[in-house]
Design a protein around this ligand. Structure first.
Ligand code: SAH
Length: 375
């Protein structure tokens, strides 16, 4: 879709889009590199100061572009150094972005939607309802703001789409943002530095393989369909066999072999028994993967509790004995509700009346999208 004049979102366009735009205006497409570098590498948004861009190009940019950034509503820092920002988008919805520092790296956890439709029973984002998909500009803004304004002294080395929302339900925007993250003139991240985490939208996994070269994480959380459907209603539509087949295609595809990250949140007395650990190992035997065991991060009225440490350890040992690589992810930022599944944001007007508020839409018929219902 062509934006109307004056509405090209400065942070949302790829180098290729700028090249085409410049060519349409009889300007040399080489300026696209300078523009992408000014904006994303140097954090420069003022056209006056973009000295590497000729005046006539800047004049056209001035007329045709805009750059509304999300505003910071709140900023918190946890005891372990994790930082969380609440960002208000132009429409009033509030999303969350979390920066997780660790030895030699800093990972930014990005939101791809305001709210979420998938209703995983253990996830807090599900409780806030669904607002809308974020645009490319809004997704990239989160990294741009943290990198260039909010925490420039802690350069982000990795991004993970593990904030609010289901990234594969907003695949076009997520893939375009990922291209910018990977662009050597923009954020220059490698394919292992950009991770898309999904609750298991099988067609989305197949499309992601074709349109982006990024790491894939899959939220599995149960080795059998009965339990997984209870925890994640989307499983009724894409059961585990289909999901793992898509993971295998993803692992085989692309220029190199890729390992899938399998996420498994450990819920006390729900999915953490030794039998389930063995069943999980059986399911994963022929998949190149690594399992991330996530301690459940509690939130009020979740109805779940975290598995005790000895249970978690036993679960991991069984996986390792069965030849599966498994690590336990340390909860980060839980004292400021910044850990996995604690992100709630504030959706100004949840789309309660929209078709995806009805649970059956997740299991039958066309999948919900931001603009309505699509195949
Ligand atoms: N929609 C994507 C991204 C969601 S958040 C997905 O489902 O993968 C990233 C991870 O946090 C997912 O594995 C999700 O299942 C997990 N998660 C959700 N709620 C959680 C909670 N309360 N405690 C721990 N992990 C949680």
């Amino acid at each position: 879709m062509k934006p109307s004049p004056g509405h090209i979102p400065l942070l949302g366009w790829s180098r290729k889009q700028w090249e085409d735009w410049l060519t349409d205006r009889d300007c040399s497409p080489v300026h696209a590199v300078s523009l992408v570098r000014e904006i994303h590498r140097h954090g420069e948004l003022s056209l006056e100061r973009m000295d590497s861009i000729p005046q006539h190009v800047r004049a056209a940019l001035r007329e045709q572009t805009e750059c509304a950034l999300p505003s910071v509503v709140e900023s918190n820092c946890a005891r372990d150094g994790t930082r969380k920002w609440l960002l208000r988008l132009g429409c009033g919805d509030v999303i969350e972005t979390v920066l997780i520092p660790a030895a030699g790296r800093a990972t930014l956890c990005l939101s791809s939607q305001a709210g979420c439709v998938l209703n995983c029973t253990f996830c807090r984002t599900a409780r806030s309802g669904f607002g809308r998909n974020l645009t490319v500009h809004e997704i990239v803004s989160q990294l741009w703001l943290v990198r260039h304004r909010l925490q420039p002294e802690m350069p982000v080395t990795h991004v993970v789409f593990m904030g609010m929302g289901e990234p594969l339900a907003n695949l076009d925007a997520v893939a375009d943002a990922a291209h910018l993250f990977r662009d050597p003139h923009a954020y220059s991240m490698g394919c292992r530095q950009v991770t898309v985490s999904t609750a298991g939208l099988v067609p989305g996994i197949d499309r992601l393989r074709q349109v982006a070269d990024v790491s894939l994480a899959v939220s599995l959380h149960a080795p059998d369909d009965v339990l997984r459907t209870q925890l994640m209603p989307i499983n009724a539509r894409y059961p585990i066999d289909d999901l793992l087949a898509a993971c295998r295609r993803y692992a085989d595809g692309g220029s190199r072999k890729r390992k899938i990250i399998i996420e498994y949140v450990l819920l006390d007395d729900v999915n953490d028994s030794p039998e389930r650990a063995r069943a999980l190992a059986g399911r994963l035997r022929d998949l190149p993967c690594k399992v991330n065991l996530i301690p459940f991060n509690a939130f009020p009225e979740s109805g779940y509790a975290a598995s005790p440490e000895p249970v978690r350890n036993r679960f991991r040992e069984i996986l390792c004995e069965e030849g599966i690589v498994a690590i336990t992810r340390r909860p980060r930022g839980d004292d400021i509700a910044a850990a996995c599944g604690q992100l709630a944001g504030k959706i100004r007007k949840p789309r309660a009346g929209m078709p995806w508020a009805d649970h059956s839409v997740l299991t039958h018929g066309p999948l919900p999208t931001a603009s309505g219902v699509a195949g």
